[in-house]
Design a binder for this molecule. Structure first.
Ligand code: SAM
Length: 226
């Protein structure tokens, strides 16, 4: 019902823009169907989190995932481990699983959304026979027991500045404990990018995308030095 009310409000406010969004949503829906998953959801109520700044579930557009997949492959970074921080219903995990990661993890704070991700990943494994291991953890990234080093990390506007600062501090501490390992980080709709830049002032950084912006960071222990 909330979604229907949202759509009606958008149509009344700006019919032209609403028509463009409709085309976009139909495309997203068809791509979901082609892959065999159902990630098409738009939540309005944010999940509960200790720091109170979590964002509700909304999947990133496939167009952005296609660009990021090409970028990942061009970096030469080993495509072994992938972590989606705030994985929603699992669209990025499902899409990037075609790249052949050995291990993928989605961390999702909202149990209901995490269950949807598990179902989608189950579908992917059955339909596409993916060899790598894919796990969905129902957890807050700040307390989740996960080693992020050596991974490709993906975030799509999951939370506000307070959690972003704490997440960056956690990542920095892990990288300092494992100076032989780095990470690549992709941040879609990077509203809290300053918190990341403050924690990693020497990181290699790229800004990409137009309206659907994303940023890329190459991080290691040294990039966290002042
Ligand atoms: C905007 S959605 C992005 C979904 C997916 N990553 C994508 O790109 O399609 C952000 C998700 O982050 C989750 N989230 C928010 N705060 C979190 C936290 N502290 N730990 C883990 N997940 C969190 C939300 O429940 C939501 O499903």
């Amino acid at each position: 019902m909330a979604y229907l009310a949202y759509i009606l409000r958008k149509i009344t406010q700006n019919p032209g823009r609403a028509a463009l969004s409709a085309v976009k949503y139909v495309t997203e829906f068809r791509l979901d169907r082609q892959i065999g998953i159902s990630t098409f959801r738009r939540d309005f109520v944010p999940p509960t989190s200790a720091s109170g700044d979590s964002r509700p579930c909304q999947p990133a557009p496939y167009r952005v995932l296609i660009d990021i997949a090409a970028h990942m492959q061009a970096t030469g970074f080993p495509l072994r481990s992938f972590v989606d921080v705030g994985c929603g219903a699992g669209r990025p995990l499902a899409y990037f699983s075609s790249l052949g990661f050995d291990r993928m993890v989605g961390i999702e704070i909202n149990p209901d959304v995490a269950e949807g991700a598990r179902q989608n990943i189950g579908q992917i494994k059955r339909t596409w026979n993916r060899a790598g291991r894919i796990d969905i953890l129902t957890a807050d990234i700040l307390t989740a027991e996960i080693d992020l080093t050596g991974s490709i990390i993906y975030l799509a506007n999951p939370f506000g500045r307070t959690t972003m600062q704490a997440f960056a501090a956690k990542l920095k501490a892990q990288l300092q404990a494992r100076p032989d390992r780095g990470v690549l980080l992709y941040y879609v709709l990077p509203l809290q990018v300053e918190a990341l830049v403050e924690a990693f002032p020497r990181a290699e950084r790229q800004i990409a995308g137009g309206l659907e912006a994303w940023q890329f960071f190459r991080l290691d222990a040294a990039s966290g030095n002042p």
